[in-house]
Design a binder for this molecule. Structure first.
Ligand code: AHR
Length: 498
């Protein structure tokens, strides 16, 4: 039996709801078809946004949405996406499939989507190919309520009231697609650009928070990037981004999303849990320059990246989503919860139809992926307080170099005192009996939900509920003890009251 301890008396950090954030880029069928179909579509919509997708996302709990990229952001010129749709510029989406981007989804449409979703806004500005003036005017256009050329332009585009920007990214992957910069050069550029991301006063909303400015951070283990950018520009940023994708093999052969061996399963898990090491080391570098943890680590791109679905446009990054993705999501969110003292936002890539999506669409059809169900199961962690927890683990796997711990867990307490405990079992064969103890508490009631299936099970448009959560009843509790057996290849969530 593996021992599990949860100590609700030892409260750690707040699990910012934004850790459960998402990312939507002008890439493949994420924005167009996935989220936005236009007002004249036969697909039921409200102001162009798909009703089915918006409803499912609201039910899942979507706290913040990053837009418009990604690599697309550093080629995006916001003025192309405002004004009458028929006169908006048509451009080539050079990064993603070379398709025509008609700019029918722009600033106003993004803000409308966030309004319908009830989520916070996270705009990524263009440093790679845009000017300081262009970025500054975009912020003025969106947020200034007084008399100015950009405020006037917004009013002419039928939006008298200003919008709110919660988070603003100053460039994306500027070490790569965002301009191939060195960290020294980017640090200086960040200081210059962020100066003109102004916080305009808004007399109608005096409590509006200042824009939270996110600097472009490292690619995975580029520790030199973190060190250099934080050393040279740390005082000017509120957050530093981090991108890490779970790719089983390598960029030229990532591996199939649905057909994989047991060995590839463990290899994938190993790449996913590498996130823990990244957070430790980047966090340690940040601690040296920012011991008070003022600067947040913002993991604004993460998730699985497999070979795209056979027969689809390789530039669209469309992939299926199996139980393997569910486990990657469950593990990673547990890791983020445990590092929520420094990680204050994360955005899985990407929301619909791209990479590790929570929703897939085909015309008017829609399905919820296993990853969706994990986000839904974990939503009670949002804005709760992380509490101390520990589970005994053992190393599992098929190859010596790819061994992984079998269990990952995290626990939080909500304002009303309810405890949420989430746990993943990475093993493909072994169920693990758990001897749990909730220190100093008398359990009054407990319910649980489980997501489990074969490792390569997934939902299709014809069979959309093959992988779906069900009630989990294989547990007992008495006093402070909670005993259960976690099945292989599963994600489990407990809700406990005292
Ligand atoms: O999410 C797909 C791409 O991955 C993004 O555009 C880019 O930022 C990253 O390399």
């Amino acid at each position: 039996m593996a021992k599990l301890y949860v100590n609700p008396n030892i409260k750690r950090s707040k699990i910012n709801k934004e850790i459960y954030g998402h990312f939507s880029e002008h890439l493949g069928r994420c924005i167009y078809e996935g989220l936005y179909v236009g007002e004249n579509s036969d697909i039921p919509n409200t102001n162009g946004m798909r009703n089915d997708v918006v409803a499912a996302l609201k039910e899942m709990g979507l706290p913040v949405l990053r837009w418009p990229g990604g690599c697309f952001a550093d080629e995006y010129h916001w003025q192309d996406g405002i004004g009458p749709k028929e006169s908006r510029k048509k451009i080539i989406n050079t990064h993603w499939g070379g398709v025509v981007e008609d700019n029918s989804f722009g600033t106003h449409e993004y803000m409308e989507l966030c309004r319908q979703l009830g989520c916070e806004t996270y705009i990524n500005g263009n440093v790679g190919s845009g000017s300081v003036r262009e970025m500054s005017e975009w912020v003025e256009y969106m947020t200034f309520n007084g008399v100015s050329p950009m405020a006037q332009l917004r009013k002419e585009n039928e939006h008298a009231d200003s919008y709110e920007i919660n988070y603003f990214g100053v460039g994306n992957e500027n070490w790569g697609c965002g301009g191939n910069m060195t960290p020294e050069y980017y640090a200086n550029e960040f200081r210059r650009y962020e100066t003109y991301v102004r916080n305009y006063p808004n007399p109608d909303n005096p409590d509006r928070k200042p824009i939270f400015k996110v600097a472009c951070g490292p690619n995975s283990s580029d520790y030199n990037w973190t060190e250099t950018v934080v050393k040279n520009a740390g005082p000017y940023m509120d957050g530093l981004s981090l991108h890490h994708y779970t790719i089983p093999h390598n960029w030229s052969h990532k591996g199939s999303a649905t057909q994989f061996t047991d060995a590839e399963w463990y290899l994938t898990m190993k790449h996913a849990i590498y996130m823990e090491e990244l957070l430790h080391i980047h966090g340690a570098i940040l601690d040296r320059y920012d011991p008070s943890k003022r600067i947040a680590l913002i993991v604004d791109e993460w998730g699985t990246w497999f070979d795209c679905e056979p027969g689809t446009n390789p530039g669209f990054l469309y992939q299926q989503n199996t139980m393997r993705d569910a486990l990657v999501a469950g593990i990673t969110l547990n890791i983020f919860n445990k590092h929520s003292d420094r990680v204050r936002m994360a955005n899985i890539a990407q929301l619909v139809n791209v990479l590790q999506a929570v929703i897939l669409t085909e015309g008017e059809k829609m399905l919820l992926t296993p990853t969706y169900h994990v986000f839904h199961m974990y939503k009670d962690h949002q804005d709760a307080t992380l509490v101390d927890s520990y589970v005994e683990t053992k190393e599992i796997g098929l190859e010596e170099e790819n061994m992984v711990p079998n269990l990952y867990e995290s626990a939080s307490i909500a304002v009303d005192g309810t405890l949420t405990l989430t746990m993943t079992n990475l093993s493909l064969e072994e169920s693990t009996p758990i001897d749990g103890q909730i220190i100093d508490k008398d359990i009054k009631a407990c319910t649980a939900t489980i997501l489990t299936n074969e490792m390569d099970a997934y939902n299709t448009f014809d069979a959309p509920t093959v992988v779906a959560p069900i009630a989990f009843t294989d547990f007992t509790f008495t006093g402070s003890k909670l005993t259960f057996t976690i099945p292989p290849c599963s994600v489990v969530k407990f809700t406990v009251t005292f």
